[in-house]
Write a protein that binds this ligand. Structure first.
Ligand code: B4P
Length: 191
């Protein structure tokens, strides 16, 4: 069983690389961003609450996202699967601690954290490009800069958190999508 977290700033390629990792390693994909956007599309109570935060470039509160994650883990019986890739979760230290507990309760753990490292101006460029194509409300310049600020303040401390546990694996997130995937697979195959 291989459980990994794909970690990085907004626009670093988490969703893009997750698709390739899932296909190759047959992992089960959990993207908290996708779960939230699906709820927004369906107009659920959760979606209405989440939209307010996402459109402002803020994180959805920890309690809410941790409950959602617990629900997704149980609905999909993840402890009986070959492995899971967590995409966009955890994004804060309390979320990381909760994930550790949720997995321990189910008899499993995180094996590695793949950190996609990309310079800030490239991140903004990618987000704006995606905004033009997808029309995602949070993919405009003002919100993108806010998301990056939130990332630096609340999410980036997780790098040191996982380094201390010896689980962090840095990947250069600049270059072709296939080239980056190759670096990721070399890392995962060496685990
Ligand atoms: P997410 O859906 O996770 O959005 P994201 O951080 O922008 O990453 P995403 O996966 O979509 O983008 P990617 O880097 O793949 O979260 C959205 C919002 O939901 C958050 O801001 C937050 O409000 C909320 N949320 C989600 N999880 C939460 C949590 N745990 N706690 C609290 N709130 C939470 O790709 C970006 C673009 O780059 C793509 O268009 C792609 O085509 C392009 N790209 C990828 N690789 C490339 C490459 N090598 N070269 C050039 N372009 C590339």
């Amino acid at each position: 069983m291989l459980n990994i977290v794909i970690f990085g700033a907004p626009g670093s390629g988490k969703g893009t690389q997750s698709d390739k990792i899932i296909e190759h390693y047959k992992l089960f994909h959990i993207s908290t961003g996708d779960v939230l956007r699906d709820n927004i599309r369906r107009g659920t109570e959760l979606g209405k609450t989440a939209k307010g935060y996402i459109d402002q470039g803020q994180l959805v509160p920890d309690e809410l996202i941790i409950d959602i994650l617990a629900q997704v883990l149980d609905e999909n019986k993840v402890n009986a699967r070959e492995g899971v890739i967590f995409d966009g979760f955890p994004r804060t230290i309390p979320q990381a601690e909760a994930l550790e507990q949720l997995l321990a309760d189910r008899g499993t753990k995180i094996d590695a954290v793949v950190g996609l490292e990309v310079p800030e101006e490239e991140l903004i460029k990618r987000i704006l490009l995606r905004g033009q194509m997808s029309g995602r409300a949070d993919d405009n310049e003002e919100t993108a800069r806010k998301r990056l600020e939130v990332y630096h303040n609340q999410t980036s401390p997780l790098k040191a958190y996982y380094e201390q546990q010896g689980k962090y694996r840095a990947i250069n997130g600049l270059g072709s999508i296939d080239g980056i995937f190759e670096s990721i697979s070399e890392t995962l195959d060496s685990l």
